[in-house]
Write a protein that binds this ligand. Structure first.
Ligand code: HEC
Ligand code: HEC
Ligand code: HEC
Length: 352
């Protein structure tokens, strides 16, 4: 009788990887997707996926409330970046997607099986070996949370509501665009044709400076300004259209966002005009005022307060990026305190 000795076990363990590589090399494993996984493989893969998501989601910090105001642009992004695999209300998955292995699930019925933190984890990082992609940038947790808010709303959403959110009355199908009209119809899904924006999570771009709009589109497309939502929209429009799109939105009449909360807009105005000398914060209007030193410096008047606050936070965290002048904002944003940001956002959103 052979006596098992720790040496035998060690040798067997050392040989095992070579055996596995050999078996793979001779082509033993059937990688065809036609017959599906063995039941046990399927069970194991799903167990591994669910367990990993559960464990890693323990480290996720869940916001007090989901950003439901971001559901509109999230739906717009879903139509382009997710529905192709998962389908959407009123849009079943295509037969070729149903043959993928693993099959991307119809999401509405499975939402109840995941917590918010788990959904965040899946949407931000994707799932390896399945085709489920990560969010296009790892810098924008705020966008991922907006997508989680959309996914939470999905089970109760009927087809007309989904279409209204993802496309709206003026928008066109979410698809790559080589001509101005198709591209504009795509932008309109979130920005509206007039650039006023269909949600406070979408910046007002009507009446914004043309140079700034064009340079920003380039920055999104070249991934110099991280945004999963805008990156996809910008890379799918022909870059030769950027100037015309910028001209179109710049020529729309400027509008003002609805007034924001109870912050001290008068104090915000004072900072905008004079800065905060003791903290070396420059006067915002020296760059953002009426006659700009540079056409790439954006106007802030009338912009949504929540959008302004998000951008300032991103600048302070070094995650905003943008045009070649974006670095001018980083030190300024870092020197601002929470109540400065509130007051500045209140001032600019109400300024005309
Ligand atoms: C190329 C196809 C593909 C695209 C595009 C895609 N997914 Fe997935 N997704 C999958 C597959 C496949 C799975 C199943 C993974 C598994 O079962 O291990 C999955 C799983 C998921 C799950 C977990 C559901 C469950 O119970 O398994 C969520 C949530 C999800 N995707 C959301 C999204 C969102 C949001 C987007 C768009 C930002 C997206 N997916 C884009 C293929 C895709
Ligand atoms: C799915 C929704 C969606 C679509 C489609 C979309 N956008 Fe956007 N857009 C956004 C959101 C959300 C932001 C804010 C990005 C951020 O937070 O960084 C934005 C930001 C922008 C900005 C930067 C504005 C600023 O003040 O810095 C420009 C310019 C822009 N979009 C132009 C366009 C154009 C042109 C198109 C069409 C080719 C388009 N967008 C399509 C949602 C969308
Ligand atoms: C030296 C010039 C300069 C000063 C001073 C300045 N900014 Fe800016 N700011 C810029 C530039 C340039 C951008 C465009 C960055 C990009 O996208 O490339 C910008 C962008 C912004 C944006 C994002 C706008 C959008 O549509 O996304 C906000 C918000 C902002 N600045 C707020 C402020 C505030 C508040 C102050 C004063 C405390 C300030 N800025 C002072 C140059 C300046």
């Amino acid at each position: 009788m052979i006596k098992f000795h720790w040496k035998h076990i060690a040798i067997a363990l050392a040989i095992l990887p070579f055996v596995a590589v050999f078996v793979a090399w001779i082509g033993f494993f059937n990688i065809g997707a036609s017959t599906g996984h063995w039941k046990i493989t399927e069970w194991f893969l799903h167990l591994a996926m669910r367990s990993a998501v559960r464990t890693y989601s323990l480290a996720v910090e869940v916001p007090e409330r989901l950003p439901i105001e971001g559901i509109q642009p999230a739906a717009g992004h879903f139509a382009r970046g997710c529905a192709i695999c998962h389908g959407a209300p009123g849009e079943p998955r295509s037969p070729s997607v149903l043959r993928m292995l693993p099959r991307p699930p119809d999401l509405a019925p499975v939402m109840g099986t995941w917590s918010d933190a788990e959904l965040f984890r899946i949407v931000k990082y994707g799932v390896r070996f399945t085709g489920m992609p990560a969010w296009p940038t790892q810098e924008r947790d705020d966008e991922v949370w907006a997508m989680v808010a959309f996914l939470r709303a999905l089970p109760q959403m009927d087809a007309p509501t989904y279409r209204e959110l993802a496309i709206g009355g003026e928008g066109g199908a979410a698809m790559p665009a080589n001509d101005f009209e198709t591209a504009l119809a795509d932008c309109a899904r979130c920005h509206g044709r007039d650039g006023r924006g269909r949600s406070e999570h979408v910046p007002i771009i009507s009446g914004q400076r043309q140079e700034y709009l064009r340079a920003s589109l380039e920055a999104f497309a070249e991934r110099k300004r991280p945004s999963g939502v805008m990156e996809l929209a910008a890379v799918e429009a022909d870059p030769r259209l950027f100037s015309d799109l910028a001209r179109h939105f710049a020529s729309q009449p400027p509008v003002s966002a609805p007034a924001a909360g109870s912050s001290d807009a008068a104090r915000g105005r004072e900072i905008a005009e004079r800065g905060i000398p003791e903290r070396k914060v420059p006067a915002c209007l020296s760059c953002h005022g009426g006659a700009p030193r540079n056409p790439v410096y954006p106007k802030l008047d009338g912009q949504h307060a929540s959008y302004l606050k998000t951008q300032l936070r991103l600048f302070a965290e070094g995650k905003r990026g943008g045009t070649p002048y974006a670095h001018l904002m980083e030190q300024t944003a870092r020197s601002l305190e929470a109540d400065d940001i509130e007051d500045l956002a209140a001032y600019f959103s109400s300024a005309k």
